[in-house]
Design a protein around this ligand. Structure first.
Ligand SMILES: [Zn+2]
Length: 597
């Protein structure tokens, strides 16, 4: 957002009340301090879309969509961030700097043209003497000349202004190149420099084959390994599917799309003879992307490596696909292998076999639950069932749904009636969502409460920072929120907004969920924090105890039991206050906190 100054954005936010803006789209009803409505982002029968006017944010407890007024417009109108800013500025009658306005009209055509010229420049460089190392790199990865041509791969040298020079020579202004996301302004505001340097360049196409942006892959240790164009007027994350313009015909013919995570996975699979492969480009599958696939096929095979991030991403895609009535197969690769490495090391035949043996998703989910829990106890069965039932609940009623109910009942050794009962219960708890993002993952409640209090009550933060040395032990979005908060130096007023535009969507989502509360239920935040810290400590001791017992270390067990008793009784040893991985506060602070309670 380089071309609209921060203070103008602040001004726009101050004059744009989120309640008024949202009311232009939805009938809001005030309940207490909040406003509620039926969520525009998923189907529901009771309103879970909530606006907090005091904090100027919204959050939907049904689908997890949330953020500030800009994000609402981006979701609702499909605006980019600059477009949302412009829309609100016009609405509020705030003049925008002139140079920021000239992006309408012929601007878009110019941007497509610019990407094309940049692509040719990168391709020339790959073919020239400076591209030798990149050619070697691609050859090593099994990407031959035909594939280089098909994907229009290129290379950009280590220069700071090579592309910029070329594009200005061809008649584009530096401002246009910046809008296209290919250069960044130099610090101090004098001039620009190339965003991508010394990388293999991978053009990203829309479904019609127009270039909308680029991915850059580092060949050495350069960080980050992958870099994408930022969002621009023609490129939005989660809207395009990589390689779709090359894959669409093959998908129609094969009647199934293969979905992998990254672009090199996609290129590799095309290389190995699976031209029906696409990749969602750095996000979990979105509703828009599923909509694109739907045009060509009713079936998708998700191919991914079995690390937790991969499974998590696949899971989200799964829910969307099921809600769209797509058939879903799951292809799990051996631990530590992504599709790219797998096909290069094990060959085309091995992958073809795995694809052929793609697991039905219910089988996959149950097998995973079995692996993790054994599925023996009643509780394990119930937990596994809930997960699968939640998925089945998303399916429209029909033959497929009935088949899955039967299958689930068989696998768990329960009656079909009880599965249907669970479905009905679930359906009344949450109205069946349409193609909407899945609700946020369940987070550990104690950690969640602690982070929420930290967000809502700045006065408790110093105490928490003193008691926790780091946030590593927290579950993932909470960990990032804590870190964000600890490093945050801006005003309290701008905190919600900054969190709402955090690069990690999970952080935005959970952040909005935690922030939408007014905090009224926390009568005594200091005491609540202390309580949370104690519970965390107890959980930790519990874990240590389990380990010590397994190891047969009875001296350690005894010591831990004593410690546990002391903590449970509120008698925390001075040297081991609250959390062992924190620095022990001095006595004064300890007592200070105590007298607060
Ligand atoms: Zn919703």
């Amino acid at each position: 957002m380089a071309f609209i100054p921060e203070e103008v954005i602040e001004k726009i936010l101050r004059t744009s009340n989120i309640v008024e803006v949202v009311e232009g789209y939805l009938p809001l009803k005030q309940t207490g301090k909040y406003y509620r409505a039926l969520c525009p982002f998923h189907n529901e029968k009771t309103p879970s879309f909530t606006v907090n006017p005091e904090r100027q944010i919204f959050y939907c407890f049904g689908c997890g969509e949330g953020g500030d007024v800009f994000r609402f417009l981006m979701r609702r109108e499909g605006f980019t961030f600059p477009e949302a800013v412009r829309h609100l500025a016009e609405r509020a009658g705030i003049p925008l700097p002139e140079r920021g306005r000239s992006r309408h009209g012929d601007g878009l055509l110019k941007l497509f043209e610019l990407q094309r010229v940049a692509c040719d420049y990168f391709r020339n460089a790959l073919g020239g003497p400076e591209g030798a190392q990149a050619r070697e790199y691609l050859a090593r990865r099994g990407v031959g000349d035909d594939l280089v041509a098909r994907f229009q791969l290129g290379y950009v040298g280590p220069e700071w202004e090579g592309l910029l020079r070329e594009l200005t020579k061809r008649g584009f202004t530096p401002r246009q190149v910046e809008t296209a996301g290919l250069v960044l302004p130099r610090q101090g505001g004098k001039g620009y420099y190339d965003r991508f340097r010394d990388r293999v360049m991978i053009p990203i196409f829309d479904s019609t084959g127009k270039i909308v942006g680029f991915g850059g892959r580092a060949m050495g240790d350069q960080q980050p390994k992958y870099m994408n164009s930022p969002e621009t007027p023609i490129y939005r994350k989660g809207v395009h599917l990589y390689a779709l313009h090359l894959a669409s015909r093959a998908i129609r013919e094969a009647k199934v799309a293969l979905v992998v995570e990254g672009y090199f996975d996609a290129i590799s699979l095309h290389t190995a003879g699976f031209p029906q492969t696409v990749a969602p480009l750095g996000t979990a599958l979105t509703a828009e992307q599923v909509g694109l696939l739907r045009r060509y096929t009713g079936k998708v095979n998700l191919v991914f490596d079995p690390d937790p991030a991969g499974v998590q991403a696949a899971w989200r895609g799964l829910e969307l696909l099921v809600a769209e009535e797509m058939g879903v197969g799951v292809v799990v690769l051996p631990q530590g292998k992504d599709p790219d490495t797998y096909v290069r090391e094990c060959g085309r035949e091995a992958l073809a076999e795995r694809l052929h043996a793609a697991q039905d998703m219910v089988d996959f989910l149950l097998a995973r639950a079995e692996e993790q829990t054994g599925l023996e106890g009643v509780d394990e069965k119930a937990a596994a069932a809930r997960q699968v039932v939640r998925l089945i609940a998303l399916m429209p009623e029909g033959v497929r749904r009935a088949k899955y109910i039967q299958k689930l009942a068989e696998r768990l050794g329960v009656s079909e009636t009880s599965v249907v009962g669970e479905l009905t219960r679930l359906a009344s708890a949450v109205a069946a969502p349409g193609a909407s993002p899945p609700p946020p993952p369940a987070l550990p409640p104690v950690e969640k409460t602690l982070v929420q209090i930290c967000l809502l009550f700045p006065e408790v933060r110093s105490m928490v920072w003193r008691s926790l040395r780091g946030e590593e032990l927290f579950a993932s979005p909470l960990r990032s929120i804590l870190r964000f908060l600890r490093e945050y130096t801006g005003s309290e007023e701008a905190l919600a907004r900054n969190l709402c535009h955090h690069p990690d969507p999970d952080v935005r989502q959970v952040g909005a969920e935690l922030f939408v509360h007014d905090g009224g239920e926390f009568m005594d935040p200091h005491r609540m924090v202390q309580d949370c810290l104690l519970r965390l400590k107890l959980q930790e001791i519990q874990g240590e105890l389990r380990k010590a017992r397994e190891a047969g270390d009875f001296a350690r067990v005894k010591a831990l039991l004593e410690q546990k008793q002391a903590v449970a009784g509120g008698r925390i040893p001075e040297t081991d206050y609250i959390i062992p991985y924190g620095d022990a506060p001095d006595r004064r602070e300890h007592e200070g906190i105590r007298t607060d309670t």
